[in-house]
Design a protein around this ligand. Structure first.
Ligand SMILES: NC(=O)c1ccc[n+]([C@@H]2O[C@H](COP(=O)([O-])OP(=O)(O)OC[C@H]3O[C@@H](n4cnc5c(N)ncnc54)[C@H](O)[C@@H]3O)[C@@H](O)[C@H]2O)c1
Length: 254
């Protein structure tokens, strides 16, 4: 029970990773404010895990008022939030094109939504911790593609790619974590990140096999493979771990 009696805000709670993160925080004894742009995605978690354990909430990380509303909701509900995981994945409709075909406008919009949104949420979480003088552990989801350049050969002749915006966003996010860690010295706020490798989500078999050949034993991981690192960073066991990045990728990046 690493997170016994802790209240954790999970942003992007309805997503592929978010759903598993909510489940594992509850398994570790915590309660979750399950926030997502699309609250319909969160409803099944409330049904499964119970309304005492999972409180659904709407959030848009690109909108300061919306973030304020979530922290106010926590205050009003008498919940002492001690940490958050940002696992939102904002992107526009053209996201995912190959780098030589990405327009300037789409590049800027996706960086603005994703990196801008993560900045805004981090800033507001830091202010919340400072204002209330409470311990607060924020964990941002980065990616191995924030650490290494893509191994394009794993995509072979599939139509898949690793978007150039993603590399820019996730590498900048890692540095922004260190920026905030330096900025917030003397406060009770800390921020770290987890950088997963690829996660199974019905990708083409050809790609999965190519990816596995670059890995240690499993290759593409499941959402449940990531949560141990996240729970550690949310727990008191990591109280003095600040500005760090844990790569969970079965050796893909080595
Ligand atoms: N899936 C992977 O292979 C993988 C690998 C490494 C890192 N990551 C990172 O993990 C995070 C989650 O990825 P995922 O695959 O679970 O994504 P996903 O698309 O399955 O889920 C993302 C969730 O974010 C929500 N969302 C989108 N825009 C939002 C906004 N503006 N405000 C609040 N919520 C918003 C969506 O409604 C969705 O529920 C992302 O940061 C992603 O970059 C994913």
């Amino acid at each position: 029970m690493l997170l016994k009696d802790k209240v954790i805000l999970v942003v992007g709670a309805g997503g592929l990773l978010g759903r598993e993160i909510v489940r594992s925080v509850v398994q570790e004894g915590g309660r979750v404010i399950a926030a997502d742009m699309n609250t319909e995605l969160v409803a099944p978690l409330v049904d499964d895990l119970g309304q005492d354990q999972v409180l659904p909430c709407q959030i848009d990380i690109t909108d300061k008022k919306s973030i304020d509303h979530v922290f106010a909701f926590a205050d009003k509900s008498g919940l002492q939030v001690s940490g958050a995981v940002n696992t939102a994945y904002p992107r526009n409709k053209n996201y995912g094109r190959k780098a030589l075909e990405v327009t300037y406008e789409d590049f800027c919009e996706n960086v603005s939504l994703h990196l801008g949104g993560y900045f805004l949420f981090m800033q507001q979480a830091a202010l919340f911790s400072q204002k209330n003088n409470v311990e607060f552990s924020l964990v941002n989801l980065s990616s191995i593609y924030g650490v290494i350049p893509p191994k394009f050969k794993v995509y072979g002749d599939t139509d898949m790619t690793m978007p150039v915006e993603y590399a820019a966003i996730k590498s900048a996010l890692l540095h922004m974590n260190k920026y905030f860690s330096s900025l917030m010295k003397g406060s009770r706020f800390r921020v770290n990140s987890v950088s997963p490798g690829g996660i199974n989500n019905n990708q083409q078999l050809k790609f999965i096999n190519n990816y596995k050949a670059e890995s240690r034993i499993k290759g593409m991981l499941d959402p449940s493979d990531i949560v141990g690192a996240l729970n550690f960073l949310l727990s008191d066991g990591s109280k003095y771990v600040c500005g760090q990045n844990i790569i969970v990728d079965d050796s893909f990046s080595i």
